[in-house]
Design a protein around this ligand. Structure first.
Ligand code: GAF
Length: 382
């Protein structure tokens, strides 16, 4: 569905529920991370891009200090008083939008009540950052409705704070950055320590290629504790190496100095994926998109064997894709479920067929395939 069609749909739902038009409709995209997984909270580098799918928020101000939020996906409504709102006060899906209002008010911004209807064309739990897209759509809606003049990078930090403190997931800065700062035809090279960003041209079609997303159907949730455990392991690994964060180690071989073999593997993944992000950005700068293939392959192997967060459907999809002609394939996102990306020749059908056959042979439901053109970041649509 196009963003415009999704915006019209949510505006219609707003009118159905509330009997009047919203003041506006704001869209925030999901993301695909080209490379650099679990590197963001280790102060390293990431290279995500915004998708053409995302979350829309139809919104209007209200004067009674309440957030009245409906989610078309959850099929649910939450009414949240802003006064006294804080971590632990709201749980479940509503913690994401309410957390954004809380974080903005905590930062001293004059955000008041709002009626919000939220809709999406992004699959949930598919590793494409539907949670960050909710946060970012609500952030730009509230910022515009209440004339909060914060640069996009400031909204990124507020949306992340909502997720860290209100939802309770110790995520990094990548997903909100991709959603709010993404540009069409570009990936976003982000140095998660300095906060420096660079838009790097990324146009697979011009190179005769396409980036295919395989939604493996296995669902993941950052809230299940396994993501937080990986983060703790990385912190312990950095301490064992005597550095503030794994970003401060340039050579993956140094991970071997850690006595605990599990922590050594975790560190080797993070350090080597940081190297791969930098190599990938250089390749994009040289318009050598085909050169990305081996990096994607190596990243998947590292996430599977060292970081141990891939899942059977991801391994089968990545392997089948490469055997059928993908230049490289890897899992994306937090892990334990979600999607795989494959760099394929434009117009290719063999990869899809091979992945689908691999699933059928194991009796797994057919995966969904999505095109992933690098698209614009969050913006007002109506
Ligand atoms: C999730 C998190 F939200 C990101 O911050 C990042 O750590 C990612 O997992 C793994 O690279 O999407």
């Amino acid at each position: 569905m196009s963003g415009a069609a999704l915006a019209r749909r949510v505006a219609g739902r707003f009118r159905d529920w509330h009997g009047s038009a919203p003041e506006g409709v704001w869209h925030a995209p999901g993301r695909v991370n080209l490379i650099g997984e679990h590197t963001d909270y280790n102060s390293g580098w990431v290279l995500p891009f915004a998708l053409d799918r995302g979350v829309v928020a139809a919104a209007a101000r209200r004067g009674d200090g309440l957030l009245d939020i409906r989610s078309e996906q959850a099929g649910d409504r939450a009414t949240v008083p802003l006064a006294g709102l804080g971590p632990g006060g709201v749980t479940g899906w509503a913690a994401y939008p309410a957390g954004v209002a809380w974080a903005m008010r905590e930062a001293g911004h004059p955000v008041g009540g709002a009626t919000l209807v939220i809709d999406s064309d992004l699959p949930q739990g598919a590793g494409l950052s539907s949670s960050a897209a909710i946060e970012c759509a609500v952030a730009i809606a509230l910022a515009e409705l209440y004339q909060v003049r914060v640069p996009r990078t400031g909204l990124v930090r507020l949306a992340r704070r909502a997720e860290n403190e209100m939802v309770g997931v110790p995520s990094g800065i990548m997903d909100q950055s991709a959603s709010l700062l993404g540009e069409a035809g570009h990936a976003l090279l982000l140095d998660c320590r300095s906060g420096e960003t660079a838009a790097v041209p990324f146009d697979p079609a011009a190179a005769g290629l396409a980036l295919l997303v395989v939604d493996t159907g296995a669902r993941h949730a950052l809230t299940d504790g396994r993501y937080a455990l990986r983060r703790q392991e990385c912190e312990r690994a950095a301490r064992a190496l005597g550095v503030p964060s794994l970003r401060d180690v340039a050579d993956p071989a140094r991970a071997a100095a850690i006595g605990d073999p599990v922590l050594a593997r975790r560190a080797r993944h993070v350090i080597s994926d940081d190297c791969r992000v930098c190599a990938a950005a250089d390749l994009l700068g040289a318009h050598d998109l085909a050169g990305l293939g081996p990096l994607l392959h190596a990243s998947h192997a590292s996430l599977r064997d060292d970081f141990e967060i891939s899942w059977p459907q991801a391994d089968v999809a990545a392997e089948a894709a490469e055997r059928a002609g993908a230049l490289g394939a890897r899992m994306v996102g937090g892990g334990f479920g979600g999607s795989v990306i494959a760099l394929v020749p434009a117009g290719d059908t063999a990869v899809r067929a091979a992945v689908a056959a691999g699933y059928a042979a194991r009796g797994w439901p057919e995966p969904a395939f999505l095109a992933a053109p690098p698209s614009a970041g969050a913006r007002r649509l109506l």
